[in-house]
Structures are given as C-alpha cells and as structure tokens.
Design a protein around this ligand. Structure first.
Ligand code: LLP
Length: 439
C-alpha cells in the first residue's frame, strides 16, 4: 500500500485500540500505554511529549529473532538508527542484542555512545564523506556498504591513510518496485541508491584488488514500509543469483545484507507477516551459506512510540470542524511530508465513548500542510483534552524541527512500570543558544 493512499473506510477508534495490545483504555485512568496512564505523563511532563515503550521494542525484537529461528536462520540484526536515534532507545535495542545500521558519523557515534561495539555497526548511505569514512575505520567499524565505484576508490585511499582494512559489501540496486511511497522507494534503477546489478561482478573483482579494501559480500535495500513479501522475494532472488555469479567468478562472498523496510500496520491491519517474511528469506537466500544481516528500523520502534498532545482549541470553520493540537508538523512531519496516516486516540475514557463526527486534526504552524488528519471521525474535544498520535516511534522525533520557533518536545521512556524522562522539553533559550548577533 502506498503511504499516500488513504483507505476508503478508515478504522474507528475502537478498532485502532483493539489492534494495539500495549494500549488499554481504563474507565478512570483513561488511555494507558504499557500500563501507564498517558494523562499522568501529560500532567507531569506537559505536552507534546514523545512516549516510548521499552517492553514493546523488546517484544518486537524477540518476535523477529524467533521468526527466523523457527526457519533455522540466525541473521544479525542491525537496527536502522535513523528510525529513532535516541540514546535510550539505542540502549534498549543494544541490550536486546541488536547491532546498528548507521548513515552518518553522528549516528555511528550515537550507537557507540549507547554501547554498540564498532564491529557490530554497518555504515550505509549514498554519500559518506572521507572524514566520516576515516573516523569510522579508525574506530573499527564492522562493515561499510559501498554504493558506487566513485565511493569505493575514495574509501580505498582513506583506508590506506588510516592504516585499516575496510570490510565492504557492495550495495546492489536490484531494480525492483517495492510498491511503497515514491519518496521512500530505494530499489528502482532511477533511484540514487546502490550499484546496477550488471556492474557488480566487475566492481567486486576491482574491490578485491584495491589496497585497504576487503569485499565480503553484497547488500540491498528496496524501500521502507513494505507490507507484502513479494517484492522482497524478487529482490532476494536477484541477490542469490548475484552471490552465485560472484562465486563462479572466483570471489569470496560471506555476507548478504538484506536491508530493512519491514512495514507496520498504521491502521488496524497487521504489519508484514514475520513468519511469511522469514520463510521467504529461507527459500530465496537460506542455502547460500552466508551470514545474513537485516536492517530493520520502523518495524522495531514504530509501534513502540506515540506522540502525546493536547487540544488547544476546537474551531468550527465555514466547512469543517478543526481540532487544533499543541503538536504540529515540526514535531511529527510524516503526515505533511508523505500524507501518511497516523491513528489518533482520545486519552480520556469519556472522550473515547462520546459521539464522534469528522474533523480535521491540525497543528498551530502557519501552513495548511500542518494537518495530521482530514475528516477523522473523533469526538468533540474541550481545550486541554489529550490525544495520542499513534505509531510515532519511528521517523517521528528524528525528523522533528524547531520551525515556527517551537521547542522540541520532551521524550519519556516507559520501562518496568517506571516513567523515565529521557529528553527534557527544549526551552526558548535552548533554541537561540547557538545563534550569534554580529557586532
Ligand atoms: N537500511 C537502509 C539502507 C535504509 O535506507 C533504511 C531506511 C533502512 C535500512 C530502514 O528502513 P525501515 O526498516 O525503517 O523501513 N522517513 C520515512 C522512512 C525513510 C526510510 C529511509 N531508509 C518515513 O517516515 O516513512
């Protein structure tokens, strides 16, 4: 399903709730996430606030590992840090056993700061700078995913200079349509990512001859929020073919990095079936005798986070009812950028059962694009009522900004029945702390 496609019939709030076992509505306490009342969090920390559930992250990690174990595979899981790079989140996933997939020196340093060993980190991305390469190599990075011949030659020079051997995989562009939103499709020939399949064998041989470079395998990543295993199956079959072609050409191939992209249910549908995905991996690449790598981001953290917001006011426009929240596109950009759907639940039990009618849910930013939902069937809200924007654990806080001089929201992590403040709300002086008035 394309992210931009709206479902003809959107789920009702009761269906959204029923599809998310970590969320429960209590008659007195209202909506609870991992057993903790969101109203209590809003009372203590204010709104808007990102709320993350550690138990949900761990459960999702465990489910992914178990799905692969049940087909006899043990892929190394490298959490895609870009989905949510908070140190507390990285540290939960590291403790669960994850390595990291990073796309910048900043993410590399964060992952290490959260305790991920450099050898358990892979560096992806279409434009790594020589400084980033040098720093990652000097720190002992496990693997660098090379996306072009140009990058390979720079990396070789940098590795020689730093006195390190770079374990590299070549990222192949399989030219497969992942059937997802155009802005997050990466595996098509006209996307900027990867190396054309017909160039891989020659470039791999070239890499094997370059100083400072040790080619260990290939990688691919076809896109994000993929709910159907079929495009993966096509791409992975091409990867298997490539591994065989490389071996036939006398190359050593010990790693196959399958990328990320596992989709979650933003409505009330299930996410990608882990058992179907694992079975497909087993069938397409399970017999190659390579170490498999996975780079999931959204799957692990998306449903483990929500954005808790309050209603500033409700206004009746000439044609529509508008619910104006204290959260905005600067906090959660996905609806504005991809027209993506996020479920919205009232936090109070009374609101939850009140008569509901369509309304647009918007933020206070001065752009029409600052819209979280159009014609969403919701109750009438009093100022101060709280709502939860669901499935905001991935590509939420990381994509936020301070547009309209709006300080970044606070973040809390729920863990073991405790609520931990993991980022205080920014202050106005935080926002101008690094600004200089000349003279
Ligand atoms: N590996 C590579 C090389 C990637 O480019 C990505 C995501 C991932 C792994 C992780 O993908 P995931 O498992 O999270 O789908 N901001 C967009 C998503 C951009 C994804 C970019 N690359 C959104 O909000 O939907």
């Amino acid at each position: 399903m394309a992210l931009a496609e709206r479902r003809d019939i959107e789920p009702e709030i009761a269906d959204l709730l029923a599809a998310r076992p970590a969320l429960v509505m209590h008659a007195q306490d209202g909506l609870c996430f991992e057993g903790i009342a969101l109203n209590a969090i809003a009372d203590k920390f204010g709104t808007p606030t990102w709320v993350y559930g550690a138990a949900t992250m761990r459960a999702r990690y465990v489910a992914l590992v178990a799905a692969f174990e049940s087909v006899g595979l043990r892929p190394h899981i490298h959490y895609a840090v870009k989905a949510n790079d908070h140190l507390a989140v990285l540290s939960v996933l590291r403790a669960a056993g994850a390595g990291a997939d990073v796309v910048s020196l900043g993410e590399f340093m964060r992952a290490q700061k959260a305790g991920v060993a450099a050898k358990d980190i892979v560096f992806s991305g279409v434009g790594k700078s020589p400084d980033e390469m040098a720093a990652a190599l000097a720190a002992g990075i496990g693997q660098i995913n090379v996306e072009s011949a140009e990058e390979l030659s720079v990396l070789s020079k940098v590795a020689v200079k730093v006195g390190k051997i770079a374990n590299i995989v070549l990222r192949m562009n399989p030219d497969v349509d992942a059937g997802t939103h155009a802005k997050i499709t990466t595996g098509l020939a006209d996307n900027k990512f990867g190396i054309a399949a017909h160039d891989i064998v020659e470039l791999y041989a070239h890499a094997a001859r370059l100083p400072g470079i040790r080619p260990v395998g290939i990688a691919l990543h076809i896109g994000s929020q993929i709910l159907n295993p079929a495009p993966y199956a096509t791409a992975y079959a091409k990867a298997a073919e490539m591994v065989r072609a490389l071996r036939a050409a006398g190359q050593v191939v010990s790693v196959l990095d399958l990328g990320g992209g596992l989709g979650i249910g933003y409505y009330d549908e299930p996410g990608i079936s882990l058992s179907a995905f694992a079975a497909m991996v087993r069938a397409t690449v399970g017999d190659l005798g390579v170490q498999l790598l996975l780079e999931p981001g959204r799957y692990l953290v998306g449903p483990a986070g929500l954005l808790l917001a309050a209603v500033i006011l409700q206004k009746q426009g000439s044609a529509k009812r508008f619910v104006v929240l204290d959260a905005a596109m600067n906090d959660l950009l996905r609806p504005a950028l991809y027209e993506s759907y996020h479920g919205i639940l009232p936090v109070s039990a009374v609101d939850f059962v009140s008569a509901a009618t369509p309304a647009d849910v918007v933020g206070p930013v001065c752009e029409t694009g600052d819209t979280f939902a159009i014609d969403r069937v919701l109750p009438s809200f009093k100022p101060g009522a709280r709502v939860a924007l669901l499935d905001a654990g991935a590509y939420g806080a990381v994509m936020s900004s301070s547009y309209n001089a709006r300080p970044r929201a606070a973040s809390v992590l729920l863990d073991g029945g405790q609520t931990h403040l993991i980022s205080p709300r920014q202050t106005q002086s935080d926002l101008w702390a690094h600004e200089i008035i000349p003279g």
